[in-house]
Design a protein around this ligand. Structure first.
Ligand code: AMP
Ligand code: MG
Length: 413
């Protein structure tokens, strides 16, 4: 039996990012860049009008002036229009937002500043402008103000969310290098298990771990590969495990503790999976098993044997499988583990004598930080207590009773 912190560092050491692949930008949504993106354009690409109005020479205006300036409109420029004409003194261009500022002009006077009914004047006409707040350079986004051609606009390790995808598109990246979606095979073992659609007969239990772990995998942005149920027969488990070992990660539940039919550790051994640890000082989740299968011409498969009791299974998934999947997906260290925060208890919570314990709780914020309310929970097979829990109170071993008002650490789920 090893300590929780040691188990976690063994997993962190065993897992490495999957070799990245080039893929179309939008397919990489939600994934982490394995290589930065360099822009092939300035942004803005040229001096750009930011208002509808008139592109003028600022020497025709004086700041704070009340008087009206009358200018010949030399050209009309909508977004997409360009001109080689230079704006001379006493003239201007009628310009729309998004058009390049023509040579000679260095400010835009908004159309709202046109007076005496001249707001709709086009090329060939004369516009009368009064802009009391005029300043040189106004309403122009300068070329390269946001970023320059050749600049790293996104760096490796950044997650491609909506803004990042937009930025990559602007920078000319049609394809990006990202680790592929992590493929996670999910296998439930137990002769008592029946699919969720069945009505369990006496002695039978619905397979809740399968859908639960698939959901947890999905929420991490990885790809769940459900392998269903294997009965507690060596051939049945072995065939399903062999199938699961083709994935990047195999998450199996049940059959890993010390009962007569806890066949899984031996089957992992027969399949060539090297055991890294079995049993962690932890409640719930003590029997958890972790190992690694080296493969030729492929990244190793990481193998988790989670305890069958559903609450234990989920706690172990979150503590152990989550960081492994995050590391394979190339995520930055800060997002490997669920966040931990201090919180004040609203009611008593009891630590276990021999092992660190995780207890479901409700969370709220108050003026002096997070507040944790322990939820009624009957233990490792109770999913009801876990389902409403925004957090898990993490208490160190020692058997201490923590009272309302005391500060404890909570894991946010
Ligand atoms: P085991 O770890 O195989 O000894 O199982 C411990 C407990 O968890 C037993 O009561 C099993 O019936 C239950 N259990 C195991 N696998 C599942 C599952 N996939 N869904 C729900 N309960 C399970
Ligand atoms: Mg079992």
């Amino acid at each position: 039996m090893i300590e929780l912190s040691e188990a976690i560092s063994l997993i962190e050491r065993a897992a490495a990012p999957l070799p990245p692949r080039r893929m179309p930008l939008l397919e990489a949504c939600g994934r982490v860049l394995a290589a930065g993106i360099v822009s092939d354009v300035d942004s803005p690409p040229w001096d750009r009008a930011m208002m509808d109005g008139f592109a003028v020479r600022s020497e025709d205006f004086s700041a704070g002036a009340q008087e009206v300036v009358e200018l010949d409109v030399a050209v009309d420029l909508a977004a997409g229009d360009v001109t080689t004409l230079e704006i001379a003194r006493g003239t201007c261009a009628r310009i729309m937002t998004g058009a390049p500022i023509p040579a000679g002009a260095d400010a835009v006077v908004p159309v709202e500043s046109a007076v005496d009914g001249t707001a709709r004047v086009h090329a060939g006409g004369r516009v009368r402008l009064r802009d009391e707040r005029f300043r040189a350079g106004q309403h122009i986004a300068r070329q390269g103000a946001a970023f320059r051609r050749g600049q790293d606009v996104l760096t490796d390790g950044m997650m491609l969310g909506s803004a990042e995808i937009g930025l990559a598109a602007e920078a000319g990246a049609t394809h990006v290098l990202v680790p592929p979606r992590v493929r996670v095979a999910i296998l439930s073992t137990g002769s008592e298990l029946v699919p969720p659609a069945a009505t369990p007969a006496f002695g039978q239990t619905r397979n809740s771990n399968g859908p639960m772990i698939a959901a947890a995998v999905h929420l991490l942005g990885a790809e769940p590969i459900p392998l269903g149920i294997a009965a507690d027969r060596p051939e049945a488990i072995r065939a399903a495990v062999a199938q699961g070992l083709a994935a990047d990660v195999l998450v199996l539940s049940g059959g890993v503790s010390a009962g007569d039919l806890d066949l899984v550790p031996e089957i992992f051994r027969l399949c060539g999976v090297e055991k890294i640890f079995h049993k962690v000082r932890l409640k719930p989740g003590k029997p958890v098993w972790f190992g690694i299968l080296q493969r030729e011409n492929a990244a190793p498969t990481l193998v988790f044997g989670l305890p069958g009791n559903p609450a234990s299974s989920l706690v172990c998934f979150e503590l152990f499988a989550r960081p492994a999947i995050a590391i394979l997906a190339g995520q930055a260290r800060e997002s490997w583990h669920l966040p931990r925060r201090p919180a004040r208890l609203t009611g008593p919570a009891k630590a276990a004598a021999d092992r660190p314990v995780f207890l479901p709780c409700r969370l709220a914020t108050s003026d002096d930080g997070l507040v944790a309310t322990p939820l009624p929970w009957s233990g490792s097979s109770d999913l009801l207590g876990l389902a409403g829990a925004a957090g898990l109170i993490a208490l160190p071993a020692g058997g201490q009773r923590y009272e309302a008002g005391e500060e404890v650490e909570v894991v946010l789920r």
